[in-house]
Each structure stands twice: as C-alpha cells, then as structure tokens.
Design a protein around this ligand. Structure first.
Ligand code: ME8
Length: 514
C-alpha cells in the first residue's frame, strides 16, 4: 500500500532578521508534527524557507552596501545553522530568489491574468515596509501601522490589482464547507469579521523598485512580495516546472503553520488566489499565538526581556527547549515565557520523571541483571501490570492528540505513563526484591516493565525530543527511533527484547538549580 502523503509548511521567514524564538517556535512545532507523521508511516513533505524579495530587503541591502542577492546570501546560513542545531527535519528549504520559485511565480501570475482576475489601476494608499503590508487610511491606528505600530509611508503608483473583492462570499462559503480550514476557531471568527467588514482589491505589483519577480505580461512591474511569498508553497512542489510529480503527490497541503500575525494573508488572500487560479486550497491553516515575555509584555531587545534560541539551547539543551515550548504553551494561544517556568517544567517532567526513571531502572538492571534486559519469568504472566494497562491505549491517545495539534495532551499522556512507572518502582521496591531468592522473578518482572515503559515513552517522545530518544534507545541496544515508520506496531507492549544490553551514561536531563 502506498504511504499516505502529508505536507506541512512553516511561513518563509524574512531573510532580513535573525531567526528568533518566535520563528523557531513555529519551526519546532511543524517539525514535531512532521516527525510524528513520518513515524506514523506517512510520506512527509516538510517545507520551510526564506522570503527574500521586496522593499525591505532591497533597503537593507543598500544600507549594507551589498546587492540584494549578496545580502540575502549572507543571511541564509544563520537560519540553516539554527534549524540544524534544533534538529529540524525539513525535506526542502525554499528561497524566493531561487529560479525554480521565480519561474513558478511568473506562471501563477500569468494564470491569474489569463483568467481575468488582474487589472491595471492606481494605488493610492499606505504601506508599512517592515510588514510589507498595504493599508487604507481607515485601517491605520493613530496614523501608524496597525500591526507593528511603526510609521507607514504613502504610495501613489500605477499597479496591477487582483480582484480580491470578488472573493468575499466564496471565501465565507468555503469556510462553511471546511469548518476546520482555519484553526483555532477564534482565528476563523477574526477572519470572517474582516471579510464581512468589506473587501478591497489588492495591489499585486510594484514599480518603485525592481527587487522581485517581474510580471510576465508587464515586466516593468515586480510581483508584490506577499503574493510572491505565498506561492512558495506550490513552487517548492515544482509548480511551474516540467516535473509536476511532487505537486501531484502533496498538493493540497495538509497544514500551513503560521503565527496569528499573518492569518489574513493565509486565510483570505492565499485561498482567493488559489480559487482564481482554479486550484485547490490547503486543508488547514493553523495560526498559533505569540510568545511574550514572562510578564506578558512584548519581548524586545531594547527592554532586555527577550530570550534567544542560543541562550535557551545552552541553558536547557535542544530537546528540553523543544519540549518546553510545545508542552507548556497551548498551541493557538499566546504564551508568557520565562526561565522560572521553563526550569520548573524541566525539573518536574524531564529531570525528576523521565530522566530519573531511566536512570534508576538502568542502574538497577546493571546491578541486578548484569546489564541485560531480564527475561520475563513464566510465573509473572498473570501478575497485575499497571504500566501495560496505560501503555496499551497510549498510541491511540497520543496520535489523536498529534492529529489534533494538541502537543500538551500528547506530552501529558506520555508523562502519565512515566509518572505511574516511577510510582510503580517505589511501590514494588526492587531493592528489597533483590535481597530475597524467592522474589527474583518478580524483580525481573518489575524491571522489565519499567524498561519497557522507557522504550515506549522514548519512541513516542522522539517527535519532540529526537536526540534524547535516540540516546535512550541506544542505551537499550535498540535502533534509531527517529527512523521508524511503524510506531504504532513498535509501541505495542513487549517489544523490548530480553537479553539486550543496557548501558549507563550521563543523566539524560541533569536537574537544574532554581
Ligand atoms: O511574516 N511568537 O515573515 P516573518 C510566535 N515573510 N511566533 C512568532 C513571533 C512571536 N513573538 N514572532 C514571529 C513573514 N513569529 C513573511 C511570511 S509566508 C508566505 C511569508 C513567527 O519573518 C510566526 O510564525 O515576519 C509568524 O507568523 C512568523 O514568525 C513571521 O515571520
């Protein structure tokens, strides 16, 4: 049977800025879903990349005395390096200055033109360069950009326009037919209210600068950077090339992951563009919330309350970083981020629960069974096994949470098993069982159960914490949990072979001082 295709994307980030905890958040979140889909046996395309055209990039290049292309090239590595460090498993990395993308954008714009959705007019309005967004007078707040609060400038230009205003009713009907297209629900309400307040046509070209994709039917104009950027989701699949096989496999996308700041582009403009081109819309746009400072204010360099990915990696390690943001911040809501809470969750879940369990049971296996996974004695087959009871339903619970993008639910389902296992070790007191010849069978049973719990937990958590899971599995003499494609079968109780060597190593999560 061929594998079910699964396509997930992040926004393509502006090449100008450094990657920060916000962009890392979206990327880690998408990576975790992509990893889970792979271990669940799906054929995954996970795309991220960079947005490299537009006025903002052209200006930054000039300020740095470089050509725009040189400027973009100089910025890319800070993203690719951080994604590597964070163990991001993207299958492709698109840059909008790549030929494959530019060819596809030109073809898409030609299609909109041929289908009668573009016309030439005069744009008289306001523009926020940092957000690369057009505003009408009425949308400004105290004369400033309603999104970032910075100054806007006026634009008076002959532009090509996209007949976006024709799509209001079609979009509302589409949301009715696809009630899960925009997630979470609160964002759908916001998008509907925006459409119901009245839609304007969208200027989709600029002539004031030339850093963009020229319109094939009027090359004096370059494509508006947001329109150019949105098309990345299909040019990465070969749209506009001779080989449409990837497009045929993966389009429409299952998920576009975005922050709540860019829902209008993804939930209004992008589906309208696709409808105009006669193409299918993605299945879901999931708009997560914003990460804020611990006191709920906006993080900023100048306020000194910003957290940086490298600082977090150094302090907590990559896996704890990934785990914290997904398990403790509800995906979809804003989250206040500070060291106190990260340390608290780290110690409670990772050091005292997960790491502690594995350390205890691996040490006892080494001490009492010469470092070999004990054979299950026949007399134990009828003994109550509270860990097996929880583990038996775990994959279903975990996968339902992951399919629902409920990271917190998925993590707590695994934590429940690990908590129970720590309690089970306490209750069973293997150190006492070890003292008595008559209870050697029970000792083997208890340690087997606790080791098996660790194996299953590490398998499921490999989507969140790939390096730790790989380390734990290697200490059980098992293969790479991040390469499995049949996690459901492998999560069945009893998969840990007796006789496997168990090795000791450094603490998986050394406890942190407050
Ligand atoms: O908007 N908390 O790029 P961008 C959480 N190039 N996520 C945050 C965040 C925060 N405080 N700040 C940023 C662009 N993000 C366009 C996208 S896509 C066709 C073009 C994340 O570099 C979040 O995902 O400004 C947000 O939507 C994205 O970064 C914006 O990235």
């Amino acid at each position: 049977m061929s594998k079910q295709p699964f396509y997930i994307s992040t926004p393509i980030y502006y090449v100008n800025g450094e990657p920060h905890i916000g962009t890392a958040y979206t990327t880690i979140a998408a990576d975790t879903i992509a990893r889970f889909a792979r271990m669940d046996g799906r054929n995954v395309m996970f795309l991220t990349g960079l947005d490299e055209h537009g006025e903002k990039v052209a200006q930054a290049a000039e300020e740095h005395g470089m050509t725009p292309q040189e400027w973009c090239d100089s910025q890319v590595v800070q993203f690719t390096d951080l994604w590597k460090e964070l163990n991001i498993s993207n299958n492709d990395f698109i840059r909008t200055t790549q030929e494959r993308h530019m060819v596809g954008v030109a073809q898409f714009m030609q299609k909109l033109y041929d289908n009668g959705y573009l016309y030439k007019g005069t744009y008289d309005g306001f523009y926020c360069t940092p957000c690369e967004t057009q505003y009408t007078q009425g949308e400004l707040v105290d004369g400033k950009c309603p999104s970032c609060g910075r100054d806007v400038h006026t634009v008076h230009e002959e532009n090509w326009f996209f007949k976006l205003s024709e799509f209001g009713d079609k979009l509302l009907a589409f949301y009715d037919e696809h009630p899960n297209f925009i997630r979470p629900q609160i964002r759908e309400n916001e998008v509907r209210a925006f459409i119901e307040s009245g839609m304007h046509d969208l200027s989709v070209s600029r002539t004031a600068f030339d850093w963009g994709v020229p319109l094939p039917f009027d090359p004096e104009h370059v494509t508006y950077v947001w329109v150019d950027a949105l098309i990345n989701y299909i040019t990465a699949l070969g749209y506009g090339s001779d080989d449409m096989s990837k497009f045929e496999t993966w389009w429409p996308a299952n998920f576009h992951f975005v922050g709540k700041d860019i829902i209008r582009f993804h939930c209004v403009i992008w589906p309208a563009m696709l409808m105009a081109a006669g193409m299918e819309c993605p299945e879901h746009v999931f708009a997560h919330g914003f990460l804020m400072a611990a006191d709920g204010s906006k993080m900023s360099k100048s306020k000194g309350n910003a957290l940086y990915p490298h600082e977090l990696i150094e302090r907590y390690g990559v896996d704890a970083y990934r785990y914290y943001f997904l398990s403790d911040v509800t995906f979809g809501s804003d989250g206040n981020i500070g060291h106190d809470r990260i340390t608290q969750v780290y110690n409670a879940d990772l050091a005292n629960t997960y790491g502690n369990l594995f350390s205890r049971v691996s040490n006892m296996t080494i001490k009492y069974f010469d470092g070999k996974v004990p054979e299950l004695p026949a007399e134990c087959t009828d003994m109550p096994n509270p860990l097996k009871e929880i583990a038996d339903g775990l994959y279903d619970t975990f996968s339902a949470c992951m399919d629902n993008v409920d990271y917190g639910g998925a993590c707590s389902a695994v934590m429940e098993l690990l908590h129970r296992a720590n309690l089970y070790v306490e209750e069973s007191a293997p150190w006492n069982l070890a003292k008595n010849e008559d209870t050697q069978g029970e000792l083997a049973f208890v340690l087997y159960n606790a080791l098996e719990t660790c194996r299953i937990a590490a398998l499921l958590l490999s989507a969140f914490m790939p390096a730790t899971s790989a380390e734990l599995w290697s200490r059980l003499s098992l293969g790479d949990p991040c390469a499995v494609e049949n996690a459901r079968e492998l999560s069945a109780w009893g998969g840990l072979p007796a006789g496997n060597t168990v090795t000791k190593g450094d603490a998986l999560f050394p406890r942190l001082a407050k």
